[in-house]
Design a protein around this ligand. Sequence first.
Ligand code: AMP
Ligand code: MG
Length: 459
Amino acid sequence: MTDPPNAALDDVRMRGFRRRAEVQAVLARLQREAAPLAREEVAVTACVGRVLAEELRAPIDVPGFRRAAVDGFAIRGEDSFGASATAPISLSLVGTSLPGRPTRARVGAGEAVRITTGAPLPEGADAVLQAELTRPGRARGGRERVDALGPVAPQRHVGQIGEDVARGAVVLPRGRRLRPADAGVLASLGLARVPVIRRPRLQMLVTGSELVAPGETPGPHQIVDSNSVVIAGLCARDRADMLETLRARDGEDALRPRLDALLTGPADVLLVSGATSVGVEDLMPLLLRERGELLFHGVAMRPSSPTAIGRARDGRLVFLLPGNPVSCLCAYEFFVGPVLRCLGGHPDPWTWPHPRRRLPLGRKLVSKVGRLDFVRVRLAARGGGAGPGLEVIPVATSGASNLSTAVRADGVVLIPPEREGLPEGARVEVLLFDERWAHGATLSERAEDVAARTKEVSP
Ligand code: AMP
Ligand code: MG
């Protein structure tokens, strides 16, 4: 094992961590532990958002027949050469071709077949003269006729066999997160089922005698378990399925059987909230070590320093997330999210999924060398509206216990362990919680967006 030594094997309760693992070391270990799950097949009608497990080639041509791309008349293009509104060319109507049925009509010289978009091109024809370039002609000898008012070149307005997708062509690469149009193309190829990477499944054990379930009203001395709500939302973002949330009061007698239930459950990744710090009730790391393996306990970061990570005997990863709501969220973002995305076959799982923006700091940020800081920030008009553009302001916090600080924040800035804070004015990268950071999304920005979208594109 090449991992740096860590404090995993100490009982840290009421003593504190003597050493903490570096975030990078933890991530490096997780990268070695995690690999995409096996494949499964899903209906083509339910594959959007899933990750394609293998490269797909087209088993058929789409379309599989020559078809009209416009409504009009199937003709031999050369028969229309020289036609104009003042010198129309009269063609004899010999039939009709409609979508979804074979046409028996044949187009000979000087002949036309009425055709609608998507209908098969009759034999003999090589072009479709659009309806706008025709008018009804005068019937001759009991035969309907049509006047061509302009020319159409051979092959014009004809969808060729395999024009959309040619048989044998690679349609989608392995690892693709299927978009709605992708799923549509797969359906057009006649595929009923699509091979995708299985979605990771989770179970979570929420610990704490002070907690009541979400939806309940807390009594005196109680608080509502919000961690399971936050984590379920983050799992949904990372396209993992939260199967179940178990709950346990504090104390060995309550925790042990619930941990056993978690460890014998069907999930791919196991999460525990709370009881992983240095209080007397924080028994989880010890219990996990008893029943599996503890890889890390204590990480050099703020918040989330009491995070522990271990494995069940069968190798499945177990994350012990701190109970403090912001710590819990932060530990998920750093360690759980990337693992879930990796298991789910996401092409770039270890990169933050957040939209980013580089902006100057409106105030200095303080931190300590040797510790990675996850700082909640908001975006504000520069200089309180005095200057143009936006700047980054830290959200006043009182530690990791108040979840509302994450609500007031628009995103986070990470201060690397080698930095002792960041000075005012420094340009920093903000990881945004939202594509369109809610509060301040400036009207002028929105207006620019609309303008960009409606701007005419000149050729
Ligand atoms: P712990 O990590 O169990 O020591 O908990 C640290 C702090 O987070 C305590 O104030 C707990 O009440 C709070 N806390 C623990 N679990 C949760 C939870 N599921 N939801 C909200 N707060 C929690
Ligand atoms: Mg607790």
